[in-house]
Design a protein around this ligand. Structure first.
Ligand SMILES: *[C@@H]1O[C@H](CO)[C@@H](O)[C@H](O)[C@H]1NC(C)=O
Ligand SMILES: *[C@@H]1O[C@H](CO)[C@@H](O)[C@H](O)[C@H]1NC(C)=O
Ligand SMILES: *[C@@H]1O[C@H](CO)[C@@H](O)[C@H](O)[C@H]1NC(C)=O
Ligand SMILES: *[C@@H]1O[C@H](CO)[C@@H](O)[C@H](O)[C@H]1NC(C)=O
Ligand SMILES: *[C@@H]1O[C@H](CO)[C@@H](O)[C@H](O)[C@H]1NC(C)=O
Ligand SMILES: *[C@@H]1O[C@H](CO)[C@@H](O)[C@H](O)[C@H]1NC(C)=O
Length: 475
């Protein structure tokens, strides 16, 4: 098509007015990636809602009520916001950017290289969205993403990526979609409660005044099959530079939090305006020692190191480690325990180099004993379930030479009875391979990469085969 100069300039003017008409919610769109990524936008209008060390956030003055698209966005610039104050309404030109610091993370939609920043008015009211109280602003409690096929721990892992599929958001069903739909928004969390201890940076997972699933007695959230609690949100570094406390404990109540929803380091997070503050703690403050006196007749221990910890000198015995633990429990509770375990072959079972971690049992010798008649197995003796059923070694390791346990802990099978010999039972103490190499549960890969899953599946198979060798045993 060939334009006359007049038509061409009218067309150019139309283009200009079209692009200048973009609202923040149009820039965000209703998917993970902005439909305008990589493009320049002009005269974007917004109310300054918060300022941070490397930028500021603006919220559209004409709100789009589509629950999928956020009305707010981050403007990345260490200088452009210097003269701005929260409550200013401004217009600016900028480039739309999808930013992430690792390919394993979800992108953050932001505006970068802002220019032509014009203040239209100041002193305007800034109203945060109250999560869990405003209509349609309730976090889903079970599923994370439409790409997880209803199981965030399902297989195959990394079957697709949010950055490639870019699905439409469904914030009523999927937790990641919910938090993405609030990206850049100033929000308030009422009645926050810490559901984990903080990271070394003071980042703390919380829930607020919204419905949660899996609340447990200590105030945490228990994960169950197909419910891994996307309603918990991480609270990151405060925007005013104050540090979050690092002593917050699971179940602590916190003062109301107001901050900006963003995406960084593999997680959605709220950057609070100021540091978290603890207002109350669970009582008693640690799980009571009476655990050892009132229950715990047989305790499964894992990660027990050898007698000189990480020193790599060939020592594999854990007698000193366990007798010290037992003495400490006795000191605190007056309860006497005995222990049993089998040492690994030096350096063969993974964990901290030189530490030779293994599983072990503590038991109350006033109540229980290892069923007599079988000797303790050696490091390489494979336990066998004999007719009876009974165990060939008591305790004994499960197929210690099977390749499934390469650089991993061998399960310890034991047969027990009460001192009168009447009540018999079997236990298997397992410590399967680690999840190292996993990707974030809130990351780009869906379902997330579950590091070492093949190893753990093989280990579970070996354990199951040993523990239930014949349907006749009804174990
Ligand atoms: C956006 O603006 C910058 C600076 O003016 C310019 O260098 C760039 O080419 C523009 N990008 C697009 C996609 O128009
Ligand atoms: C901030 O205001 C000062 C004084 O009016 C001006 O010199 C400076 O250029 C402004 N900075 C920005 C980033 O707008
Ligand atoms: C996930 O899959 C993508 C696309 O095939 C690939 O680029 C990426 O490396 C994979 N990540 C992991 C950790 O396997
Ligand atoms: C550890 O204790 C067990 C049981 O009391 C004993 O048989 C074994 O010899 C001890 N091992 C070492 C290295 O002292
Ligand atoms: C037992 O308690 C006493 C007194 O508090 C302390 O000196 C000792 O170190 C404790 N022993 C162990 C093994 O914890
Ligand atoms: C574990 O056993 C299941 C069921 O028999 C089988 O489908 C799977 O392939 C096995 N996995 C490994 C890693 O051995």
């Amino acid at each position: 098509m060939k334009f006359s100069p007049l038509v061409a300039s009218v067309y150019a003017a139309l283009q200009l007015s079209l692009s200048s008409a973009l609202t923040i919610s149009e820039i965000n769109g209703h998917k993970y990636l902005s439909p305008y990524a990589g493009q320049n936008v002009t005269a974007v209008k917004g109310l300054v809602t918060a300022k941070g060390p490397s930028g500021f956030w603006i919220k559209s003055t004409t709100l789009d009520l589509d629950p999928r698209s956020s009305n707010s966005i981050y403007v990345f610039s260490s200088s452009a916001g210097r003269n701005l104050t929260v409550g200013d309404i401004i217009t600016l030109d900028a480039t739309v950017l999808e930013y992430r610091s690792s390919s394993a993370y979800i992108y953050l939609t932001e505006l970068t290289t802002p220019s032509n920043v014009v203040r239209i008015s100041s002193g305007n009211k800034v109203t945060p969205i109250v999560i869990g109280e405003w209509l349609l602003k309730w976090p889903p409690t079970e599923q994370f993403s439409s790409l997880d096929n209803w199981d965030v721990f399902g297989l195959p892992n990394n079957a697709s990526q949010l950055s490639v599929k870019n699905p439409s958001l469904n914030p009523l069903i999927y937790g990641l979609d919910f938090w993405e739909s609030l990206s850049g928004e100033l929000v308030t969390v009422k009645r926050p409660k810490a559901v984990a201890k903080p990271s070394s940076f003071g980042d703390t997972w919380v829930t607020g005044s919204w419905r949660v699933s899996g609340r447990n007695k200590r105030g945490g959230l228990t994960s169950t099959d197909r419910d891994s609690n996307p309603e918990a949100i991480l609270i990151g570094s405060p925007l005013d530079g104050t540090p979050n406390p690092k002593t917050t404990r699971l179940g602590d109540d916190l003062a109301e939090i107001t901050g900006i929803v963003t995406q960084a380091f593999g997680y959605y997070r709220i950057l609070p305006l100021t540091a978290l503050s603890v207002t109350g703690s669970q009582s008693p403050d640690v799980a009571p020692v009476t655990t050892f006196t009132s229950g715990g007749s047989c305790i499964f221990l894992q990660e027990i190191q050898d007698d000189n910890g990480a020193t790599n000198n060939g020592v594999v015995s854990s007698n000193l480690t366990l007798s010290t633990l037992i003495a400490s429990i006795y000191n605190q509770s007056g309860t006497t325990y005995a222990y049993t375990y089998i040492s690994p072959i030096n350096l063969a079972d993974g964990g901290e180099p030189g530490g030779n971690i293994r599983v072990a049992y503590l038991y109350k010798p006033t109540l229980l004993r290892l069923s007599p008649g079988a000797q303790i197995g050696g490091s390489l003796d494979a336990n066998v379930v004999l007719p009876g059923p009974s165990l060939q070694y008591n305790p004994g390791r499960i197929e210690p030479s099977n390749a499934a346990w390469t650089a991993s802990r061998k399960p310890l099978a034991a047969q027990w009875e009460t001192l009168d010999g009447k009540n018999k039972f079997f236990t298997v103490n397992v410590h399967f391979g680690s999840k190292g190499g996993s990707s974030s549960i809130e990351g780009d890969y869906r379902p997330p990469v579950n590091g070492g899953i093949e190893d753990r599946e093989a280990q579970a198979n070996v354990t199951a085969k040993h523990s239930n060798p014949s349907p006749n045993y009804k174990i």
